[in-house]
Design a binder for this molecule. Structure first.
Ligand code: FAD
Ligand code: DLZ
Ligand code: SF4
Length: 531
């Protein structure tokens, strides 16, 4: 029997004839966001008979034109991981980006590796993007080999478990899912009840930073020669991509990521809750962990991050409102958005509930705008391939929502610019949480807000050319007239949403002349931007 002609079939050796054992039993393909020693595809690895394939390919850096620091982070982390595997005595076939024979695609590199090693089978872990899953599904047919795509079990909730939870639910709310996850893991539970007798400390967690408050400085890891080589490669190959390459702000090894986690737990976690919604000029990270690139690429596991936070509460070094708020992000939101992605794709990405069609303004790429909140948010994004949650949600995202930017345009922007962005996590956050393009699958209402919110949570407005108190007229804050224009434009779709009852009542009470003035201000603003 020819093994190569029977993709996906497991063969039991029952005859007297023992076919020759291939030199390489299993080729294990590890992707750039699967850099965990215990990832499913490496779990039963036999160093004597298996080879790990890792490939740097241009296709992954250019299917959207990723931020330079994102590409450098992934490539450097891949190289570091390969080195760590080799140190363990594991054979790694590592294809570098500038290898002249590199076909520059996952499928092309798999094909070449099969020719080199002649394995009996391929093992991979399911990817974080539907696009790559489609590629993987074609590998058995392409190679004639059995291809095993294993569940990615680096998450607390499997895809099957989430699908079972979501089944028959009209609306899926993160809060209920999160409570299930608390019960399942036992994190911050006292028997059947939540620690502190409440599931949610949000009411304590909405503070702006006090004037003059100094935030602990986040240390930047030192760059070694390996990172230097990658930075030079990225500068040469992807120099025209968005964002600054240096100073490079990310660790690229597991040790570096663990050090970043330790630093966060020791120096910032205790105030994470209090200031998780705060924004401040020149403060890039505030009390956020800045670990999402590490978590998503596999340098940290979600379990060890949650353990570290919960242990800090047990040790008395961080209060419950901080630790619960932090746990909710990882055990709740991170798992929830992944569940939505895999239960709803591929149709999810095609929805456009609010029929938003405007172009993304150019200033999202250049940062050249008089709106200080957006200049700050796009500025940190360019410098670091990072912005914290409230900048993503309530500044950049809020603007895209209010301006009616077409979902695909702004989704691509988010996928490009952030070092932690992979479609499984980026798409539900942008499409569902920010744009309400899914009509309410992920969140019960759009997070639309006027300039008053940004003013309350930041010091941006005091340094802005616009006046956040003005709705219309010379110097009015665009978030104000865009907010009301958004409610008017989407009245037929949103007016019955009970969570928007208050603003729609205010709109109803508005004089027609004021409504008209708000519409005019928005129209002139869009015309000036050419969108
Ligand atoms: P912290 O605020 O310290 O939170 C700790 C961890 O919780 C994060 O590292 C992250 O793993 C997790 N987390 C927090 N919020 C979310 C969330 N809404 N969804 C999933 N995980 C969450 N996160 C990504 O990892 N990749 C993305 O591409 C991404 N795109 C986003 C786009 C928009 C429009 C919005 C509103 C949010 C997006 N997020 C994304 C979620 C969140 O903004 C980032 O995870 C967070 O800013 C990362 O910084 P941090 O590590 O300092 O997080
Ligand atoms: C993001 C990225 C980049 C820029 N480059 C590579 C690469 O060269 N090789 C690789 O294996 N992975 C890379 N990645 C991560 C992949 O895009 C990611 O694994 C898929 O999108 C699936 O989530
Ligand atoms: Fe942003 Fe308006 Fe404040 Fe300026 S005034 S920073 S545009 S919210």
């Amino acid at each position: 029997m020819n093994r190569r002609r029977r993709p996906g079939v497991t063969i039991r050796e029952t005859s007297f004839y023992n076919p020759p054992v291939p030199m390489i039993q299993t080729l294990r393909f590890v992707l750039g966001d699967q850099l965990t020693r215990n990832v499913a595809s490496l779990r039963d690895l036999d160093p004597a008979r298996d080879v790990v394939l890792m490939a740097e390919v241009v296709e992954e850096a250019t299917y959207v034109r990723h931020h330079k620091q994102k590409i450098a982070f992934v490539l450097a982390a891949m190289r570091g991981f390969a080195k760590a595997l080799e140190k363990e005595g594991i054979r790694v076939d590592y294809v570098k980006l500038d290898d002249p024979a590199n076909t520059q695609s996952f499928t092309g590199e798999l094909k070449r590796a099969i020719a080199r090693h002649k394995p009996a089978r391929i093992v991979a872990t399911e990817p974080g993007e539907y696009r790559v899953l489609d590629m993987m599904r074609a590998w058995a047919g392409m190679s004639g080999l059995p291809v095993e795509i294993r569940d990615d079990d680096r998450f607390f909730c499997s895809r099957a478990e989430f699908a079972a939870w979501a089944k028959d639910r009209k609306s899926m709310r993160m809060e209920f899912f999160y409570r299930e996850m608390r019960r399942k893991t036992g994190y911050l539970m006292q028997g059947d009840a939540p620690a502190g007798a409440t599931w949610n400390f949000d009411s304590q967690n909405r503070k702006a930073l006090p004037r003059g408050h100094r935030v602990a400085v986040r240390r930047r890891p030192a760059a070694g020669p390996e990172l230097r080589a990658v930075l030079d490669l990225v500068a040469a190959q992807f120099g025209d991509h968005f964002g600054d390459l240096e100073p490079f702000v990310w660790a690229t090894t597991r040790e570096g990521a663990l050090a970043a986690l330790r630093e966060f737990v020791a120096e910032r976690l205790h105030l994470f809750g209090d200031y998780q919604d705060a924004m401040k000029s020149g403060e890039d990270f505030i009390y956020h962990a800045a670990i999402s690139p590490y978590l998503n690429a596999g340098l940290l596991t979600a379990r060890e991050v949650c353990d570290a936070a919960v242990n800090a509460w047990r040790d008395g070094t961080a209060p419950l409102n901080a630790v619960e708020g932090f746990l909710r992000q990882i055990l709740g939101w991170r798992e929830f958005v992944r569940g939505i992605y895999w239960t709803r794709m591929p149709d999810y990405a095609a929805t456009n509930f609010l029929d938003a069609t405007r172009r993304l303004p150019d200033f999202f790429w250049t940062g050249e705008t008089k709106m200080n909140c957006l200049r700050e948010t796009i500025g940190v994004t360019r410098r670091t391939a990072y912005a914290h949650h409230i900048q993503r949600l309530m500044v950049a995202g809020n603007f895209a929502l209010l301006a009616g930017v077409a979902p695909a345009e702004i989704e691509e922007w988010y996928l490009i610019v952030y070092a932690d962005a992979y479609e499984w996590v980026e798409l539900p956050n942008v499409h569902g949480m920010v744009l309400h393009a899914d009509g309410g699958v992920l969140g019960s209402k759009p997070y639309a807000a006027s300039g008053a919110y940004i003013d309350r949570m930041s010091d941006y407005c005091g340094k802005c050319a616009h006046d956040r108190r003005k709705r219309t007229g010379e110097g009015a804050c665009p978030f104000n007239f865009l907010y009301w224009n958004f409610l008017i434009e989407n009245e037929s779709k949103l007016t019955r949403n009970p969570r928007l009852a208050m603003p729609y009542r205010a709109l109803l009470a508005m004089q027609p002349a004021e409504r008209k003035a708000l519409r005019m201000a928005a129209a002139e603003f869009f015309a000036a931007l050419g969108i």
